[in-house]
Structure formats: C-alpha cells, structure tokens
Write a protein that binds this ligand. Structure first.
Ligand code: BV8
Length: 223
C-alpha cells in the first residue's frame, strides 16, 4: 500500500473565499502578525485578537467547501494510507467529507481556556469577558497555534512523514515552520515529493510540481 501524507495550506481554501496570508491582499499584508497571531499580541490586546478571529470565524462558517476539499475526501474514502495534515484553521476539509484531519495549527471552531486547558466548540463570536465553562476563569482564547507556540500533533505527523512513500503539499507558500520543513523530512526518509500550487514556492524543493488552482489541479490529480 502506498502511504501518502498530504499537507494543505490557505491555497486549498482560497477558492472558497477564505483569504490567504502572503498573496497580494493577504491577511499578513493587512494585519500585523505580531499583534494578532502571537501570545504577546493576545496578552496586550485580547479584544483586538478576538475581533480578528471573530471575523475569520464568521467567514469560515459562511464559506463552503470546494472541489479540492471534496476530491481529497474522495481520495481518503477510496484508499487506506492517506494522512491529511492541514495548516488551516477552517473546517472546510471536514465539511467536504474528510475524516481524521490533523489540524496542526488548531481550529477556529474551537475555544480553549488558557487557565485550565478546557476545550469546547467556540461560539460564533468570542470576547475577553467570556468565562470558561469549566473553571469560570475569564481566560478564553481561540484554540489556535500562534507564532512562537508549539504546533499540535507533531509526533503523529513525524511518524507519518517517516513512513510515507509520497508527500504532497497543496496550496502552501512553505514559509512557516515546522510545516515548511516537512518536504525535506519526508524526502530524507525516501519519499517522493509533489507540490500542487498556484504559484511556485521555494524552487527545487519538490520532485514534481503541478501548477494551477486547487479546484482544478487537485481533482485532476486525485482522479
Ligand atoms: C514553532 C494559525 C517551535 C494562526 C499559523 C522566531 C520566534 C518564534 C518562532 C519562530 C521565529 N522565527 C521562525 C519561527 C518559527 C515560526 C515561523 O515559521 N515563522 C515564519 C514567519 C518564519 N513558526 C512558529 O512559531 C511555529 N511554532 O516554531 O514552535 C517548535 C517547532 C517545532 C516543533 C516544536 C516546537 C508556529 C507557527 C504557527 C503559526 N500559526 N496559523 C492563524 O491562522 O491566524 S501559521 C500561518 O501561516 C497561517 O495560519 C498558515 O497556516 C501558515 C502557512 O501559510 P500558508 O497556508 O502557506 O498560506 P500563504 O498565504 O503563505 O500561502 C498560500 C499559498 O497558496 C501560496 O503559495 C499561493 O500561491 C497558493 N494559492 C493561492 N491561491 C491558490 C493557491 N494554490 C492553489 N489554488 C489556489 N486557488
């Protein structure tokens, strides 16, 4: 059985209308990452950070999965040995039919209590005064991995990279670590590597490249 690890980024949700980060007009060109996507930023101004994620949560909840999300779900359903890791915090993979999605940067649909570690389904909008349903502390935050925080499920991802025969990166600029290092990690274990992306990420990092929008290139690759 060929074991495949797929890593997706913002490009797989772009055609569902969710913004990417580093493209023209991307989120990090309009917001200062250090103010809205770091623990320090949240400590300094929790209201701003909740406002930023409330807007993104509303967009994500109002968006629909696209043909790329659905094609990856079909691939998972058609064969064993497919591990789907996403850097995205939206739930479009799940709503497109995917199962066991590994959200290494967390999920915008989940809330976390910074005091007791409780997690629950996030309300549509969160506010600094919200109390944790578990310990009642006013320390609730989006269950998201910010810059400088340790990504989730790293051991599980490392095991999958060590065992895979094919590593596929879809819709990611390859700028954020540790996700950006997965291609080298998989290649180091002898895996073939494939990039499916609209624009070239760092040249020469992949054995094969399929250039095009995810809603066309991914269903064509899965077929
Ligand atoms: C860590 C959640 C240690 C938030 C995100 C100094 C101090 C501390 C850390 C560091 C430091 N210097 C470097 C680091 C590491 C840092 C890092 O990498 N920084 C970068 C900026 C250099 N990383 C961290 O801090 C990470 N933690 O290192 O802890 C550690 C490490 C290993 C093991 C244990 C401990 C935590 C990083 C997680 C940050 N949180 N997301 C949120 O979403 O608000 S990351 C952020 O970038 C995004 O959320 C996104 O998930 C991620 C990657 O972006 P992409 O998905 O690639 O999106 P982008 O816009 O960049 O690219 C889109 C691509 O799609 C483009 O290529 C485009 O061509 C393509 N595209 C567009 N449209 C389409 C398309 N493709 C196909 N079809 C289309 N239609």
């Amino acid at each position: 059985m060929t074991r495949i690890v797929i890593l997706t980024g913002a490009g797989v949700s772009a055609e569902s209308g969710l913004g990417t980060f580093r493209d023209k007009g991307g989120l990090w060109t309009r917001y200062d990452l250090s103010e809205v996507a770091t623990p320090g930023g949240f400590a300094r101004n929790p209201a701003l950070v909740h406002e930023f994620y409330n807007a993104r949560r509303a967009n994500a909840l109002d968006a629909a999965p696209n043909a790329a999300h659905r094609a990856l779900a079909r691939l998972q359903g058609a064969r064993a040995g497919v591990t789907l890791v996403t850097q995205n915090i939206d739930d479009l993979h799940e709503r497109g039919g995917a199962r066991e999605v590994i959200h290494m940067h967390g999920q915008i649909t989940r809330a976390l209590c910074a005091a007791c570690g409780a997690r629950w389904e996030a309300p549509r909008a969160m506010h600094p005064a919200d109390a944790c349903p578990g310990c009642a502390a006013r320390a609730t935050r989006p269950d998201i991995v910010w810059f400088g925080e340790v990504p989730y499920h790293m051991e599980r991802i490392a095991d999958a990279l060590a065992a895979c025969d094919l590593f596929v990166a879809i819709g990611t600029s390859g700028e954020v670590y540790p996700a950006a290092g997965f291609v080298e990690e998989a290649a180091g274990f002898g895996a073939e590597t494939l990039e499916i992306n609209l624009d070239p990420s760092a040249p020469g990092r992949f054995d094969r490249v399929i250039r095009g929008p995810a809603t066309e290139a991914v269903p064509a690759w899965v077929a």
